[in-house]
Design a protein around this ligand. Structure first.
Ligand SMILES: [Zn+2]
Ligand SMILES: [Zn+2]
Length: 296
C-alpha cells in the first residue's frame, strides 16, 4: 500500500488499532464511531495475527472471516465519512511463521504491519512474548532467559532482521521497542556501543529496502513528564518515549524513508494519544538531505 498516495499529506489517520478481535478494550464499531467523531478520515484495523502457538493476545484463524465481514459492514456504515482498512499486525516468529508465509500473503488484507513481540528461548523450544510492560518483561527475563538481557535484545534485532529479509509486510511496527523495556532493567543500555550498532544495522536495512516505518506513540503519554505531557522537545530518552527513538527517527527522516504516525490504540480514547507530539518532533527534524544540483 502506498501510504503517501492514500494520505496525501493528511494527518487524520491511524493505521495501528486493536479491538475485540485481539487484546483491544473496545469493539471495532466503538472504535469506528469514536474515530469518526474525532475527525479521523483513514483508520486501519490491525488485530494481532493468528499464531502457530498459544497466545491470549492474538486472534484465532477462525475469527478472520468475522473480522473482515465487520470491516466491510463498517465501511458501508461510514461511507464518505471515514475510510476503513483491513490490516493485521503480523508476528514474526521464525522462517515458518511470519508476514512472509503463504497464509498471510493470501489473506484479502489492505495492508500488513510486521512486528516482533516474541523472543525464542535459547533452546529454541518456546517463544516468549516480551512486548508487555516493563515489570512483566523483567519477570520473564528472569524466568525464561536467566536474566540474559543481551541475548534478548540481540535476538529481538536478529528476528527483526530476518523478518525484513523475508518481507510480506508494508509497515514495520515499533522497530526498537525492546529498548524501552531493556532500559527499565538496565538504564542507559540504548547508549551502549553494541546496542546502537544493532539498532543502526536495522535502520540501514530499512533505508535500503525503503520500508514504511511507523512512529508508534503508544507509550508516549505514560512516559511523558506529567506536568507537561505535550512537550516533545528536550525530553531525554525514556521520557515521552516513542518508537523508534528520536535518534533513529532523525536518521530515517534524513534518508527519506516514508514515516507514518500511529498510536497503536487499544481503546477509542487512545486514538490520538501522543500523535501531536510525534508530529511536532518530526516536523522539527531536517528533511531528506538531497545532493546539490549540478552546476552547468
Ligand atoms: Zn505490537
Ligand atoms: Zn499493536
Amino acid at each position: 500500500m502506498d501510504f503517501k498516495k492514500v494520505l496525501c499529506g493528511s494527518r487524520r489517520y491511524n493505521f495501528h488499532t486493536h479491538t475485540q478481535f485481539c487484546d483491544g478494550h473496545a469493539t471495532m464499531e466503538q472504535m469506528a464511531a469514536a474515530a469518526v467523531e474525532q475527525g479521523f478520515t483513514h483508520i486501519g484495523f490491525t488485530p494481532h495475527s493468528p499464531l502457530a502457538i498459544e497466545s491470549p493476545c492474538n486472534m484465532s484463524k477462525s475469527d478472520v472471516p468475522l473480522y473482515l465481514a465487520e470491516l466491510r459492514r463498517l465501511e458501508r456504515l461510514y461511507v464518505n465519512r471515514c475510510r476503513f482498512y483491513a490490516g493485521m499486525e503480523i508476528d514474526y516468529l521464525s522462517d515458518a511463521w511470519g508476514p512472509h508465509i503463504t497464509y498471510f500473503r493470501e489473506l484479502p488484507l489492505d495492508f500488513r504491519i510486521g512486528s516482533v513481540h516474541f523472543i525464542p528461548t535459547k533452546d529454541g523450544r518456546t517463544a516468549i512474548d516480551m512486548d508487555g510492560r516493563p515489570e512483566r518483561f523483567a519477570q520473564r527475563l528472569r524466568e525464561y532467559f536467566d536474566n540474559d538481557l543481551r541475548y534478548v535484545v540481540n535476538t529481538f534485532f536478529s528476528q527483526t532482521r530476518r523478518m525484513i529479509l523475508a518481507g510480506g509486510f508494508d509497515i514495520i511496527g515499533h522497530l526498537d521497542k525492546i529498548g524501552h523495556n531493556a532500559s527499565a532493567v538496565q538504564p542507559g543500555i540504548e547508549n551502549e556501543h553494541w546496542y546502537r550498532r544493532r539498532a543502526d544495522e536495522i535502520v540501514d536495512l530499512v533505508i535500503s529496502r525503503g520500508i514504511t516505518v511507523e512512529i508508534n506513540t503508544k507509550a508516549y503519554e505514560q512516559t511523558a513528564p506529567a506536568d507537561d505531557p505535550g512537550h516533545p522537545f528536550g525530553a531525554p530518552e525514556g521520557e515521552g518515549r516513542i518508537f523508534p527513538s528520536r535518534r533513529l527517527i532523525s536518521r530515517l527522516k534524513a534518508a527519506g524513508v516514508p514515516i507514518i504516525v500511529n498510536s497503536d490504540a487499544h481503546s477509542p480514547e487512545r486514538l490520538q494519544s501522543g500523535r501531536d507530539a510525534a508530529f511536532m518532533m518530526l516536523d522539527a527534524l531536517p528533511a531528506r538531505i538531497s545532493a546539490p544540483d549540478a552546476v552547468e
